[in-house]
Design a protein around this ligand. Structure first.
Ligand SMILES: CC(=O)SCCNC(=O)CCNC(=O)[C@H](O)C(C)(C)COP(=O)(O)OP(=O)(O)OC[C@H]1O[C@@H](n2cnc3c(N)ncnc32)[C@H](O)[C@@H]1OP(=O)(O)O
Ligand SMILES: O=C(O)CCC(=O)C(=O)O
Ligand SMILES: [Zn+2]
Length: 434
């Protein structure tokens, strides 16, 4: 099991006690190449539910007739996860959504000067009035309600806190902070969530875009500051370059709360879930994707390989087995080392015939070949190992023959019997030939 350094957390931290609101079927539908048909939405919803997310957020039923009926179809699945519809802070949208069978509504409205000026054109006072009307309507329908401010990090702090305090007093289940343009850094996130934690008594949801590469770190900082709910999308899809990825968030939290993460989520299903969504939106899972990327558990450099073969925790903070993926130690390249080659020799059952010096000689040949040919496949490395063993056996025959009194000419003929042996004989240590 990997050994990780877990920092002590303060009493605000929710790192080992939070809920995931997966928004692949809402924010994810806003991804450039996304268009989910009904069957795909149902398949993704089921997979998310099986994986163990707490909530599934879907596109506003007011967006289109198909969006509305798909929302109803998802609700009819009877999933364990709660289904939330994401809506504008508008009574018409709330009415349409409340009739679909969802468990709750996620209400949002922009509060930054930019959005108030160029999007909906409302003053903070008008937002407060409209929020009150919509929230009270949703409550009257007996549904869970979350109220969120779009572009929170570019909004006036006093305006924002007054609005949150107001909706908290109305009894919303959650308030939401959204870094809509991905401008926030973890420190700003920590400060804002911590401030909000002191102002509202309800739960706190957070939503982070990844425009500047902080989406996972920001989500983690939010948890440390007391956020209770984190929005994610599978593979981090969403508007522009998306939001906090589900797998990446769990990888991050795993380092601090492994038992919580492994106990709550079906981590071994992550790869299949990602493959499903990647196919649905027509993308490849990136090579460096958290946990499931093709290179995520490939160890290459000789120094790394030796240590990993002795104890994987030396260069792994995540245990791939927990996520149902496998580790690879790549040995067929010029950065390899004799310890890695020895491990392969052992795997091939040749430990008794190839000693340390032999492993070092094979390593030298592998590097020499890789310098000329580039990366060598495992078959090629195995071939080089077997050639070495053959040469060694032939040399033993020669030495044995010489000791029995055969002429040096006969010995040489024996050594050069095979062409490959001839080619490589020059690289053999002379002492072995004598
Ligand atoms: C940051 C986010 O991702 S928020 C979620 C974004 N999700 C969506 O936009 C869902 C898909 N959207 C849609 O299908 C459509 O935009 C609809 C159905 C919501 C609205 O469509 P339309 O009525 O044609 O309006 P349009 O999209 O052109 O403009 C948005 C309207 O909502 C208003 N608006 C924008 N944000 C909000 C808000 N948070 N709350 C209330 N009203 C808002 C705008 O002022 C504008 O109103 P207008 O009709 O008076 O100009
Ligand atoms: O509803 C929210 O909290 C977030 C809305 C959104 O997608 C965003 O602001 O980026
Ligand atoms: Zn968003």
């Amino acid at each position: 099991m990997p050994t990780v350094l877990v920092r002590p957390t303060d009493s605000f931290s929710r790192v080992s006690n939070f809920a995931i609101i997966d928004s692949t079927l809402r924010e994810g539908e806003q991804f450039a190449t996304a268009h989910f048909d009904t069957q795909t939405k149902l398949a993704i919803a089921r997979a998310l539910d099986d994986f163990g997310v707490d909530y599934i957020e879907v596109t506003s039923p007011a967006a289109s007739e198909q969006s509305r009926s798909d929302c109803e179809a998802i609700c009819r699945l009877g999933l364990r996860a709660k289904v939330l519809a994401h809506i504008r802070c508008h009574i018409d949208d709330a009415r349409i959504a409340a009739d679909t069978g969802v468990d709750g509504l996620s209400v949002v409205i922009g509060t930054s000067h930019l959005l108030r000026t160029y999007s909906h054109g409302k003053s903070m006072a008008a937002i407060l009035d409209q929020a009150t009307q919509v929230i009270q309507y949703i409550q009257s329908r007996g549904l869970e309600v979350r109220f969120s401010s779009e572009d929170s990090f570019r909004s006036d702090l006093v305006d924002l806190m007054s609005l949150y305090r107001h909706v908290d007093r109305l009894g919303v289940n959650r308030v939401g902070i959204a870094d809509t343009v991905g401008c926030a850094d973890p420190r700003q996130v920590y400060d804002l969530v911590r401030t909000l934690r002191g102002i509202v008594s309800c739960d706190i949801e957070t939503h982070f875009h990844d425009d500047t590469g902080c989406a996972i770190a920001n989500a983690y900082a939010a948890l440390e500051a007391g956020a209770t709910h984190i929005d994610t999308c599978v593979l981090g899809i969403g508007e522009r370059n998306g939001i906090t990825p589900l797998g990446g968030l769990l990888a991050r939290v795993y380092t601090a709360a492994r038992d919580y993460v492994t106990g709550k989520y079906q981590l071994r299903q992550l790869g299949a879930l990602e493959a499903l969504v990647a196919k649905a939106v027509g993308i490849q899972v990136p090579f460096n994707n958290y946990v499931t990327g093709s290179a995520s558990f490939v160890h290459k450099a000789g120094i790394h390989s030796k240590a990993v073969l002795n104890n994987p925790a030396t260069y792994e903070v995540l245990n791939p087995e927990d996520f149902g993926v496998t580790r690879t130690v790549a040995i067929g390249h010029r950065l390899t080392g004799w310890n890695a080659i020895k491990a392969r020799v052992d795997m091939l059952g040749l430990a008794s015939v190839v000693d340390e010096a032999g492993c070092k000689e094979i390593t030298r040949v592998v590097k020499e070949r890789a310098d000329c040919e580039g990366t060598l496949g495992l078959e090629k490395v195995d071939e080089l190992i077997r050639e070495f063993v053959e040469r060694q056996q032939q040399q033993r025959v020669i030495v044995g023959s010489a000791k029995a009194g055969l002429s040096s000419v006969d010995s040489a003929a024996c050594l050069l019997a095979g062409e490959s042996a001839t080619a490589s004989a020059a690289s053999m240590p002379t002492s072995a030939v004598v």
